[in-house]
Design a protein around this ligand. Structure first.
Ligand SMILES: [Mg+2]
Length: 234
C-alpha cells in the first residue's frame, strides 16, 4: 500500500480483518440461553430442538439455493422457528430479529477491534471506504457500531442482504459501482485469500492481506517512535 497515491478507494473484509471474534454456535449453553429467553417472548422450544431446527433450516436454505455460494438470513430462520413454536400471538418478523441478536450474544466468546486495523483506518481516513462482509446485517452492523468501526465506512455490503456470499465476485462488483472508481484504483484488504484477495483481483482490483497491511502501519509507528526518541536526545 506504499503506492497509496494510486489508491482512490478501499474495500475491507470485516471478521478477522477489522474484528477479532470467537463464537460458539454449537454448544448446548448457547441454545439453552436462547431457549430460556424465548419463553418470555411466547415461544416454547427446548434447547436441543432449537439447535436442530436452526441447523436444519439453514442447511435446507443452502441446499435448495440456486446460488453457487448461498447465504442465509438468520432473522428469517429464527422468525420461522418462533412462528412454529409460539404459545401466544407474536410478531414473528420482529422476534426473528431480536432472537438473532440474542443468539449472537449467547454464542459470543470474544469480540474486539484489532488496534492495528484502527490505526490503518485512521491512516486512510480520507480515502473512500466500504466493507464487503460475509456477515449478518442484523447483528454485524451493531458490532461495527459498538466497536467504533462503523463511522470509518461510506457503506457496508453484507452477504445476508443478497442470498449469496464471497467468493462470489458480484459483492465486489456492487462495491466498486458504489465507490465509483475504476477497478485498478481500488484496494481490497482481508484475511482470507479465496474470499478477499482472489475475487477482487479477478475484477482487476489491487488486493492485500491484512497482516501485510498491519506490518506497514507497525513500521510507520516504529519509525515515528524512533524519531521521537532521537528528538528527545537532541
Ligand atoms: Mg474475514
Amino acid at each position: 500500500m506504499s503506492e497509496s497515491s494510486h489508491i482512490k478507494g478501499m474495500i475491507f473484509d470485516c471478521y478477522h480483518t477489522l474484528i477479532d471474534i470467537q463464537t460458539d454456535e454449537s454448544s448446548f449453553d448457547t441454545y439453552d440461553a436462547i431457549s430460556k429467553w424465548l419463553q418470555y417472548q411466547g415461544v416454547k422450544i427446548d434447547p436441543n430442538a432449537l439447535k436442530d431446527e436452526y441447523r436444519n433450516k439453514a442447511k435446507h436454505i443452502v441446499e435448495t439455493s440456486a446460488e453457487t455460494y448461498p447465504e442465509i438470513k438468520v432473522e428469517d430462520i429464527f422468525g420461522s422457528i418462533c412462528s412454529n413454536y409460539s404459545v401466544w400471538d407474536i410478531d414473528a418478523k420482529e422476534l426473528g430479529i431480536e432472537t438473532s441478536r440474542v443468539f449472537r450474544s449467547a454464542s459470543l466468546r470474544k469480540i474486539e477491534a484489532y488496534p492495528q486495523s484502527l490505526m490503518l483506518l485512521e491512516k486512510y481516513r480520507d480515502v473512500p471506504k466500504c466493507i464487503v462482509s460475509n456477515g449478518q446485517r442484523v447483528f454485524s452492523e451493531l458490532e461495527l457500531k459498538f466497536l467504533g468501526l462503523h463511522e470509518y465506512f461510506d457503506f457496508i455490503i453484507f452477504s445476508s442482504d443478497h442470498g449469496y456470499k464471497k467468493p462470489d465476485t458480484r459483492l465486489f462488483e456492487k462495491a466498486l459501482e458504489r465507490l465509483g472508481f475504476e477497478a485498478h484504483e481500488v484496494m481490497s484488504v482481508g484475511d482470507t485469500p479465496e474470499n478477499d484477495i482472489f475475487p477482487p483481483q479477478e475484477l482487476g482490483m489491487q488486493a492485500m492481506h491484512i497482516h501485510d497491511a498491519w506490518k506497514e502501519v507497525e513500521e510507520i509507528e516504529q519509525i515515528n517512535a524512533e524519531t521521537e526518541n532521537t528528538d528527545d536526545e537532541t
